[in-house]
Each structure stands twice: as C-alpha cells, then as structure tokens.
Ligand binder design. Structure first.
Ligand code: GLC
Length: 435
C-alpha cells in the first residue's frame, strides 16, 4: 500500500494541475542586456562595472514594445502560460519597484513594463508568471568581491567593502512582496538561482515562500530557492522542504527518464529551453532550433510527464525577433491540429516505440510517428486493444490490419498507413482509441 502523500505534496499536486495540463509555456528574457545583445550574462562574462553598464540604462527606450503583440505570438504558438524576467541578475527591474531607482520607469521607457505584460497576457487567456533573480549584481549589499559570478568578483577595489547581506535580503523579500501585491493574480514565481552557500535558508527561503503563499495561495514556485538547474533531485523526495517549490526545472535538457519520486510516481517538472543558444537577446546568434525540433522536444517532455518552457529574447526595440516568431507560428500550426495529443496528456505505460513517441490521456493513446519505415507500422502489445485509429490532424480513418506477414506477432496491432510518406514531417499523430 502506498502511504498518503504529505500535506505539502498533496497541495502541490492540487496546485500544479493546470500547469501540467497546459504543458507549453513561453519564457521571456528581457532587460538592459538586450542593448549589448550578447546575452544576459554579459555583465559577468565581460566584468562590466555598474558605472560602465549605466550607459544602457540611459539609452533603454524600447519604442516597439507592445505586450499585446508578444501575447498574441505566445497564444498563436499554442502556449498556455508565460514567465517574464521582472528582474534578472543585472538587477535592473522591468517593474515600478518602490525599493529602487534602478527600474524601467526611470528610463526613457518611462513605463511599468511588467504591468503591461501581465495585462496583455492575461487578456489572451494565458497564465502569467514572473522570473525573479536571487542574484543581484547591482545591489550595493549583494556579495561582489570573491563571489562566483559577480562582475566585480576579482576587482581589488571591491575587496573588503562593507556589504550587509541582510539588507539585500530585505530588499529581495520586499520586491517579491511588491510583485505579488501590485499586479493582481500571479500564477508562477520563478526564482533563479541558488549556488554554493547561497541556497535555501540563506535566502530566508521558508519565510519567503510563506509570504508568497499568504499573498497568493495558488501560486506555483519553481525549485531553485533550494538549488539550480542542475540540482533537481532533492525536489523528488517524499518530504521536501517548504522552499523546494512546486516543480523541478531542468535547464537546456530533457531528463532521460523524466522525474519520479522515491515511489516511482511522477513529480511536476518543466524543461526550460532556449530557441537559439542564448536566453537574453543575442544579435549574432541565429542558431535556431527548427519547428520540427521544438515540436518533438515538446512531445518528448509530455511523453515523460513534463512541460516545456521555451524562451524568446526580445531585442532592444522591444520586439520578439522575426525568426522566433516564424518558428513559433509553425509550432502553433502543428499544435492547432494536434492539440489533443499534448494538452492534458502525459506519458504512456507502453515502452517507447521504435518509430517515435507515445502520449496518452485516459483511453486515448497518441502515436507520434517520426519514422514511418516501410510496411505496416507496429504497435507492440496492442492487438485486440484498439477500437479505432484516426489521423489526428484531419480525423481521417487509419486502417488497422493484420496482413499475412504479421501472423507471427500475435500480441501486436498494425497500422496500414495510407501513404509511403508521412503527411506531416514535423510529427504525424495517429489517435488510437483504446478499448
Ligand atoms: C540560469 C541563468 C540564466 C537564465 C536561467 C534560465 O541559471 O543564470 O541567465 O535566466 O538560468 O533557466
């Protein structure tokens, strides 16, 4: 007999239902770093001081930012939720915080960019999330000299500077309170990230999570108050700390076997992925994944009971790059025709088929066929278990048949696919209604 889940896990299961049903979200990395356009780590990588970085603040003027356009792009792509960097590691705030002057309202933008974002995405019916960097390379009390990543980590002038981390923590907690108080219902709070000694209670994480949930009880929280993208395992224990959050967030990888707890039960997870090789806008990086890769990655996640949060990095003008928009439109076209095989679906108990992947929702089993092969397509172990088969994209009949050469494979069902080539090169989905 399986023991009852702890109250914390039972609440997590309840809270994450919409999230796991939605499966596909948009990550948005946007900030001053869109101007240097070499990714959001530019300050750290090039050891840029606050003073040198100030020119981007003075210049920031995203005249083409229209959150409604972003929201439409996400909606058309078939995304169900979204997460925007309210503050990234550089400390710049896209929102009108009362706790700092280092914010969009004080730039030429002159507006609260987070407010426009939440309103626009909500209006399109998407769930709205905010990313908040635990690191802050601008704050005077965040560790600088000797820190692992701070831009001034090896600048002698910063050595021995008085820095009071508790003041930074008050700031962090205060800003999270603002974000969860001033923008209506927030669905996800995505904290990023812990490292070295700076993890868990070093952030006063239990207090932070309790405050967040007191303000917004339904809120989903990622698991990086306790770790980073490469340390998700503790999340899958049966008695995780309060701050371990609601979902694991592997970064730039789809875990080989998904995530399960100690009893083998699936736990919520979301792979976050870039569309090219950067999170923040990078003008020279045109190494985009194709729509086919994106679709198959999404299906891969769903087949392992996970989600995909796919990133775009808008440019300094406030536009999602046209190349991203085109890929997302193609993905959206596929999803529109094949939505039943993604939303509300999870993995199947069946072993991974040779020709592609399975996803499943109740009695509907979805065969995602990538490699048609030749001859009848084999459905292992499904003889006598399928009521009917349809091409999901248009509802047309797919014949189940057992020609003479299949005689030896008594346990298996076979599809007689109507053409030698697959109709959809991205992913051809056959819906199997199980008996
Ligand atoms: C990271 C990076 C970062 C990015 C994020 C997304 O840990 O520091 O720039 O925002 O992961 O998962």
């Amino acid at each position: 007999m399986t023991a009852q889940p702890s109250p914390l896990i039972a609440a997590r299961t309840e809270r994450t239902q919409w999230f796991l049903s939605g499966r596909f979200g948009m990550f948005i990395h946007w900030g001053l770093y869109a101007i240097p356009a070499r990714g959001e780590w530019v300050r750290s990588e090039e050891r840029i001081s606050n003073e040198e970085y100030q020119k981007y603040f003075d210049e920031f003027n995203p005249t083409n930012y229209d959150a409604k356009i972003w929201a439409r792009i996400a909606k058309n792509a078939g995304m169900k939720y979204t997460v925007l960097t309210a503050k990234h590691h550089d400390g710049f705030c896209l929102f009108d915080s009362q706790r700092t002057d280092y914010k969009a309202t004080n730039t030429k933008a002159g507006r609260d960019l987070v407010r426009e974002y939440v309103e626009a995405f909500r209006a399109e019916g998407l769930k709205v999330g905010l990313y908040y960097s635990l690191l802050d390379w601008h704050h005077p009390h965040y560790p600088a000299y000797g820190d692992r990543d701070h831009p001034m980590r090896d600048n002698e002038a910063y050595k021995g500077q008085p820095r009071d981390f508790s003041k930074y923590l008050d700031y962090l907690h205060g800003q999270v309170r603002e974000l969860l108080t001033n923008y209506g219902k927030i669905d996800i709070m995505w904290f990023d990230f812990s490292y070295g000694e700076l993890k868990g209670e070093a952030w006063r994480a239990t207090e932070l999570v309790q405050m967040a949930r007191a303000l917004q009880p339904h809120l989903l929280i990622d698991n990086r108050l306790g770790g980073s993208g490469e340390s998700n395992r503790s999340f899958a224990t049966k008695d995780p700390p309060v701050y371990s959050g609601d979902f694991a967030c592997p970064e730039q990888i789809i875990p080989p076997t998904g995530f399960v707890d100690e009893d083998g039960q699936p736990v919520p997870w979301e792979a976050n992925m870039t569309l090219n090789n950067h999170w923040g806008y990078c003008s020279s990086d045109r190494d985009y994944k194709s729509a086919k890769q994106v679709v198959r990655a999404l299906v891969e996640c769903v087949s392992k009971n996970g989600n995909m949060l796919l990133n775009v990095g808008p440019n300094a003008r406030g536009e999602i790059p046209a190349a991203c928009e085109q890929i997302l439109a193609q993905v959206g076209h596929w999803l529109h025709q094949n939505s039943a095989s993604v939303y509300g679906c999870g993995g199947s108990e069946l072993p991974k088929p040779e020709w592609g992947r399975y996803t499943q929702r109740g009695q509907r089993l979805y065969a995602h066929i990538y490699d048609r092969g030749i001859g009848p397509i084999n459905l292992r172990g499904l003889n006598g278990k399928i009521k009917q088969a349809r091409l999901l994209a248009d509802g047309s009949e797919i014949t189940l048949s057992r020609p003479w050469m299949t005689a030896e494979y008594k346990q298996d069902a076979f599809i007689k696919f109507p053409s030698a080539e697959l109709p959809d090169d991205l992913d051809t989905v056959v819906e199997l209604e199980l008996i």
